[in-house]
Design a protein around this ligand. Structure first.
Ligand SMILES: Nc1ncnc2c1ncn2[C@@H]1O[C@H](COP(=O)(O)OP(=O)(O)OP(=O)(O)O)[C@@H](O)[C@H]1O
Ligand SMILES: [Mg+2]
Length: 193
């Protein structure tokens, strides 16, 4: 599912509520059958760590960690040992086309490379829900296409739910549904071709 709409209409806000990063002021939000607003903080942290992958609009990588270490974080939070976490992280980075840069600090990577590290970090722990905020904004056409193929394969073959905020018309073809948002509301949901 893709979520589109003008700047400031509330896309990041909506997916932050869905991902349990932000509490809504009103209304009801159920995620994978659970109401995050009424969960204890600890339960919510555990639920998020296990079930949700999030690609931030500004990537939010830790600058003092290298790519493999950044991608390992969700696994380490879930109790996986460091060596095993790094092995898995490197294999997802390879799928994202970054096999040659796994030891690079995030500050040494280009914007497009950082974006792909952020995407690998959102996938590495096989979450049931993956939420991406403009995941192709810093990628050239071919790299963006490769990343979308990777994300779509995860959605289709691993039965994951994917919500992608985007302005990027080049990737609309990857969507099964496109929801249009304006001024805080979803105004239309259309099935893609
Ligand atoms: N932390 C905040 N506190 C108060 N208002 C905020 C905060 N973050 C965003 N807003 C406001 O909420 C509205 C929706 O912002 P949001 O970031 O969800 O938009 P968006 O659709 O993601 O835009 P863009 O396409 O530019 O990323 C905007 O008017 C914004 O200024
Ligand atoms: Mg936004």
């Amino acid at each position: 599912m893709m979520l589109v709409g003008p700047s400031g209409c509330g896309k990041t806000t909506l997916i932050s509520v869905i991902a349990g990063i932000l509490d809504q002021d009103s209304g009801h939000c159920e995620v994978l059958g659970e109401d995050l607003l009424n969960m204890s903080n600890q339960h919510k942290l555990n639920f998020r760590a296990r079930n949700i992958g999030f690609v931030f609009q500004a990537f939010n990588l830790l600058p003092s960690l290298n790519a493999a270490e950044n991608v390992s974080i969700p696994l380490i939070i879930n109790g996986i040992k460091r060596a095993e976490a790094e092995r898995k992280a490197i294999s997802v980075l390879e799928q994202a086309g970054l096999g040659a840069r796994v030891k690079a600090l995030s500050s040494e990577l280009s914007g497009g490379q950082q974006q792909r590290v952020a995407i690998a970090r959102a996938l590495v722990h096989s979450p049931r829900l993956i939420v991406c905020d403009e995941p192709t904004s810093s990628l050239d056409h071919e790299t963006g296409h490769n990343v979308m193929t990777l994300l779509k394969d995860v959605a289709l073959y691993k039965d994951r739910t994917l919500v992608i905020v985007t302005h990027d018309a080049r990737i609309f073809d990857f969507a099964d549904r496109i929801a249009e948002m304006d001024d805080g509301h979803i105004i239309k949901v259309k099935a893609a071709r």
